[in-house]
Design a protein. Structure first.
Length: 187
């Protein structure tokens, strides 16, 4: 059984989708053994209800949180670490130690609209403001450079002339779920 550790910062909707894919045998041979958050969030409560080890860390600086996460992960080394709406930036030492094992889902077609400060609605607002014709989502490996790791998979969607950041967010969210599951399955 391949173990997945998931790092979250919010509701954990992509985490829930991973759990559902495992339950429905779309991701057969995988199990989520650990959920870690960088703040108090509802994803932790959800994981605990599913009898998954869940740990909430207090967000401080990136070196400290990276070290804390590393110390937890080395006790039960996962096959893959999924950043699913995880907003903290992991330090270079962590990224080097776990190189090739950490993936992230990002709500744009990287390299566009990536980097520090580009997450969630910030991305969708920038895409709409710049009158882009397409957007989408990208799954990529995590490196010390934010949103700059090798791309595993990306998928696009058209943007209508009446698109709002909220409607685009909903479209992209569906794509995120699809390509995240496909990426995990293919690793």
């Amino acid at each position: 059984m391949k173990k997945i550790a998931i790092l979250v910062s919010g509701k954990g909707s992509n985490m829930q989708y991973i759990l559902q894919a495992i339950q429905n045998r779309i991701l057969s041979g995988f199990r989520v053994n650990l959920v870690i958050s960088d703040r108090c969030c509802s994803a932790i409560q959800y994981a605990l209800k599913k009898n998954i080890t869940a740990i909430s860390l207090e967000k401080t600086d990136k070196k400290f949180i990276s070290r804390k996460i590393n110390n937890i992960l080395v006790k039960d080394i996962p096959y893959i670490i999924v950043l699913a709406g995880f907003l903290s930036i992991l330090d270079a030492e962590f990224c080097e130690k776990w190189f090739g094992k950490v993936i992230n889902i990002h709500p744009s077609l990287l390299p566009k609209y990536g980097g520090k400060g580009m997450y969630g609605m910030n991305v969708h607002q920038a895409v709409i403001k710049n009158k882009e014709k397409i957007s989408g989502a990208t799954v990529h490996y995590v490196t010390k450079d934010v949103d700059a790791g090798d791309i595993i998979l990306k998928k696009s969607c058209k943007i209508s002339s009446k698109e709002t950041p909220m409607s685009l967010s909903q479209k992209v969210s569906l794509i995120e779920r699809e390509i995240l599951i496909q990426s995990i399955k293919n690793l």
